[in-house]
Design a protein around this ligand. Structure first.
Ligand SMILES: *Cc1c(COP(=O)(O)O)cnc(C)c1O
Length: 351
């Protein structure tokens, strides 16, 4: 069985590194657990190494972490669904929001359950995923301000997710300006949640706009990379998560299929370069376990040729000798890690 090994010491090191640097610049970090399916071991590690709160996109993950008695506070990252408003106010201390109907549903749920729910209102600064357009923001804020049971706790933005827009002084400056206008309306301070791991290179270049007070960091801690250019965070471990799988066939074969070539198992028409006879390892790993395109083999000279649902084909001709029954290990990109974490076919091992 494929195994995803998650090194909690390395994640703790990365979390402490990012949190310490952020704190020195006056920012708090929300540690994001969603890429590892809200594993409580990871949440505990993050809480023990400097993050202010645990943030996840799924209520189910937050429920499981609460069940495991990991102290919050908990932040719901994905915009709440109206149909889940009551669970949101029970499970999350803070949620990110951009819709008035949803805020009204949260208000009703909070009143009914006798709690106060904090919201961070999201501004869309051009990336075109969630958020209120800046010109509509202050009117929206005033509507939410009047809702009972709801506290406007902060304002935030999310960049480099859908549109791939970089954070810069201009767009983050716009967020800070909206924060100042919002504070004048509300009469109290607001958290300014300036983004995700794409902001880390700005943070580590000490080139951070004054006024941002919080970041929500997942990949930067778990995989040790900022996400503007996917450069390593200096001093962070890049190998906290490793995927391993076993070789189930090892044979020499031609590099071009024999016969008339139509479509592969997924309806694609594959292309092949003739590199002569090659030594090919088949691994017990496939698209049901991970995203093969996001894997980077550790074995020197190994080259991933392709994958189907349950098989990964790796050219090991130029590698040190391996045998059937050996395991190969891989580093994972974000998508590959996300898929491995959510696959029930992949065993998770925390070390
Ligand atoms: C996933 C997510 C994050 C964290 O993103 P990383 O790139 O993993 O740091 C932050 N904010 C929101 C709203 C998210 O959905």
């Amino acid at each position: 069985m494929a195994v995803l090994t998650i090194d909690l010491k390395k994640i703790g090191h990365n979390s402490a590194l990012v949190s310490r640097h952020a704190r020195a610049l006056g920012l708090s970090i929300y540690g994001v657990t969603k890429v590892l399916s809200g594993a409580w071991q990871v949440a505990q590690t993050l809480k023990n190494s400097g993050v202010e709160a645990i943030a996840d996109s799924r209520l189910m993950n937050i429920a499981a972490m609460r069940e495991a008695n990991i102290p919050g506070p908990y932040v719901l990252l994905r915009l709440p669904a109206i149909s889940e408003a009551e669970q949101v106010v029970v499970l999350a201390d803070i949620s990110l929001n951009s819709d008035l109907d949803t805020c009204q549903a949260l208000s009703k749920a909070a009143i009914k359950l006798g709690v106060r729910h904090r919201v961070i209102l999201m501004v869309d600064l051009g990336d075109l995923r969630e958020g209120i357009w800046p010109s509509e923001f202050l009117a929206f804020l005033k509507s939410v301000q009047s809702l009972p049971g709801i506290e406007v706790y902060g304002i935030g933005t999310n960049l480099t997710c859908y549109g791939g827009v970089f954070p810069d002084e201009k767009n983050l400056g716009q967020l800070i300006s909206l924060k100042e206008q919002s504070q004048a309306i509300l009469g109290h301070d607001l958290l300014v949640s300036g983004g995700n791991s794409s902001t880390l290179s700005l943070l580590f270049e000490n080139n951070f706009p004054v006024g941002i007070t919080n970041l929500r960091i997942g990949e930067g801690i778990i995989l040790g990379r900022e996400t503007m250019r996917r450069e390593p965070v200096a001093g962070a471990y890049l190998d906290a998560c490793i995927l391993t799988a076993e070789i189930i066939e090892l044979r020499e074969k031609p590099s071009v299929p024999v016969g008339t070539i139509g479509q592969d198992a997924f309806g694609n028409s594959p292309q092949f370069a003739d590199r002569g006879v090659r030594k090919r390892a088949i691994l017990a790993l496939g698209r049901q376990d991970t995203v093969p395109e996001g894997l980077d083999p550790h074995l020197t000279g190994a080259l991933i040729l392709g994958a189907s649902s349950d098989h990964l084909i790796v050219d090991v001709t130029d590698s040190p000798a391996v045998r059937t029954g050996d395991t190969l290990s891989f580093s994972l990109g974000y998508g590959a890690l996300l898929a491995a974490s959510t696959s029930r076919y992949v065993k998770k091992e925390f070390i």
